[in-house]
Design a protein around this ligand. Structure first.
Ligand code: FAQ
Length: 318
């Protein structure tokens, strides 16, 4: 897709920029970049940051109900990690010239998107394991690819986030495999969780390539190194055989392996996806309500920080 030039941009600047991308150089905050490259990165990184922060809510609800101390400490550490991921990503977006206040304002007003997956409810304890196995599994596939992204701060944040997400994925898989081999009640709980999370996990990797308006610019500029469908295929190829080996049934009657070894899925319900993204279905209202309440509860911390900074500046001036 050809990007329109903004008045201040020349074809020569674009050509030099694209040559840097082709040479595999990282673009750093002070470097020249097309306005559209900056806009796409701000859009994508801020949505990603919001997803990490909203993503704390579905699992956080289960901290007080974890069945053992071991599972509780793992879950607390995981939810805390997601807050840290949000921090790295907000910082990465700030290097592009947008402020934290603007980004949070867009989230809290409902203007900004965050991942569809976090608008689904967590109904039983096995959902915590299934989120680790499937949601973190899908996130890692995507983010390992994004670790090679052309924008330095995003790429470096991804390297660190992926190493932490790998533990999240392993603990989820370990939990579900244990329940799948456990009592009939535990097996039923694991199967029920898979029935509800399989399709949303496929959807979270974004619309099919033909319906993905941003993919052209993102792949041309090395922000995404693979398309939504390519990442989805990698995710299914890894997870379908493992789920089947654990003794679970994948809720897709059309799922099969083709001659080349790829696992092919049946039709995805994109009407459900867009309804969930746009807040017409699922827990969007509740998720935003929780974030708004947390923001208001934290007002005194921001005020204290401002007062402290003003006092420090005053002392420095004296
Ligand atoms: N949900 O043209 P595309 C995690 C929007 S982190 C909502 O394909 P693009 C960690 C998209 O924004 C999970 N909206 O665009 C964790 C665009 O809207 P816009 C989040 C979606 O940018 C685990 C429009 O549809 N990961 O899980 C979704 O290439 C466990 C057209 O789409 C990232 O954000 C969706 N699923 O989108 C935390 C990674 N998919 O802005 C807690 C970075 C698409 O034009 C517990 N993002 N849209 O109005 C990406 O890799 C990409 O942005 C995708 C695809 C994959 C989201």
């Amino acid at each position: 897709m050809t990007q329109p030039l903004t008045p201040a941009e020349t074809p020569q600047q674009h050509a030099a920029f694209e040559a840097r991308i082709l040479r595999g150089e990282k673009i750093e905050p002070g470097d020249w970049m097309p306005a559209e490259y900056r806009r796409q990165l701000i859009r994508m990184i801020s949505q990603h940051a919001h997803s990490e922060v909203v993503g704390m809510l579905p699992e956080g609800e289960w901290i007080t109900r974890a069945p053992t101390l071991r599972r509780k400490t793992i879950l607390i550490a995981k939810v805390q990690d997601e807050a840290g991921h949000g921090q790295y990503l907000y910082h990465a977006a700030e290097t592009l010239g947008i402020s934290r206040e603007e980004m949070l304002g867009a989230l809290l007003s409902g203007k900004a998107k965050y991942s569809s997956i976090f608008n689904y409810p967590t109904m039983n304890w096995a959902d915590v394991g299934m989120i680790g196995w499937l949601v973190d599994g899908a996130a890692i596939k995507n983010q390992t690819m994004l670790a090679g992204c052309s924008y330095g701060p995003y790429s470096r944040a991804m390297v660190r986030i992926c190493s932490e997400e790998t533990f999240h994925h392993k603990q989820g898989k370990e939990m579900i495999v244990a329940y799948a081999q456990g009592t009939p009640e535990q097996r039923a709980m694991a199967q029920d969780a898979l029935d509800r999370w399989w399709w949303p996990a496929l959807m979270m990797l974004g619309p099919h390539d033909a319906d993905s308006p941003n993919s052209g610019a993102l792949t041309k500029w090395g922000i995404k190194l693979k398309t939504n469908d390519e990442v989805r295929q990698e995710f299914i190829n890894e997870h379908a055989p493992e789920l089947l080996e654990a003794g679970l049934t994948i809720p897709d009657p059309d799922l099969h392996q083709d001659e080349s070894g790829n696992w092919k899925h049946g039709p995805i319900n994109w009407d459900e996806f867009w309804a969930v993204v746009n807040g017409q279905r699922g827990l969007n209202k509740e998720r935003l309500g929780a974030r708004q309440a947390a923001h208001e509860d934290g007002a005194w911390v921001r005020e204290a920080l401002d007062a402290y900074t003003a006092r420090q500046l005053g002392q420095a001036a004296d």
